[in-house]
Write a protein that binds this ligand. Structure first.
Ligand code: VGL
Ligand code: ZN
Length: 211
């Protein structure tokens, strides 16, 4: 039985931005290949929310902000271990734009995250300290949206953290696996799936949705 999205469901499209697609500074392998599928899935949802990774220049998550550190190394910050990334998704730059092939004109909200210079935010719900809200929880609750379907980039970082935080905030969360792609830095993809399933996130595919 395929699921038909209802008026209480929302499709959360994570970070389909130029920096995360081939040619970008933090390109996810095949990151552009999911875009036609996301466009098609979105037509089945009355409610769609997009996210944009949106960092300051010199952001704390950039390896270039830490002397002697290289991308994909880690460092300890007040809120925990931070993976260090190539500079990406700097506010107002072309790399931070949504990918030109993403076509979801009925999307109702674009939520930006990671805009504080000294704190990252993989999640669309809470910043990296696990408690500073982005406002998305309140927005979804106010609108009576109870179940979140997730697609986008990257499976093992922003999709996974958003899905787990959706659970933490009391929403049902379902990740549409074939409409996501991962970075998979040092087995992070397998760990992310184990963490998500442990948090009660459901793993589905686009074939499970009636489009
Ligand atoms: C992401 C690493 C750094 C993501 C964002 O969208 O998954 N990953 N910033
Ligand atoms: Zn980022």
């Amino acid at each position: 039985m395929k699921m038909k999205p209802t008026a209480q469901d929302v499709l959360l499209v994570i970070d389909v931005q130029n920096c995360f697609t081939p040619g970008g500074s933090l390109a996810v392998k095949e990151g552009d290949q999911i875009i036609p599928l996301i466009n098609r899935l979105a037509t089945a949802f009355e409610h769609v929310v997009l996210t944009q990774d949106w960092h300051t220049p010199g952001h704390i998550s950039f390896a270039s902000s830490h002397a002697g550190k290289k991308p994909f190394e880690t460092t300890q910050l007040p809120y925990g271990t931070q993976v260090l990334w190539p500079d990406h998704c700097v506010q107002g730059t072309p790399g931070a734009d949504l990918h030109k092939d993403l076509r979801i004109p009925h999307a109702e909200l674009i939520i930006r995250k990671g805009y504080r210079k000294h704190m990252d935010s993989y999640s669309a719900f809470y910043e990296a300290d696990g408690k500073t809200p982005t406002g998305l929880t309140g927005y979804l609750r106010d609108r009576g949206l109870t179940q979140v379907f997730l697609v986008g980039l990257a499976t093992d970082f922003c999709v996974a953290w958003s899905a787990m935080d959706a659970r933490k905030a009391g929403f049902a969360a379902l990740v549409i696996e074939d409409a996501c792609r991962g970075i998979d830095a040092g087995s992070s993809l397998a760990k992310a799936w184990a963490d998500m399933l442990g948090a009660g996130v459901k793993r589905i595919t686009s074939a499970d949705i009636a489009v």
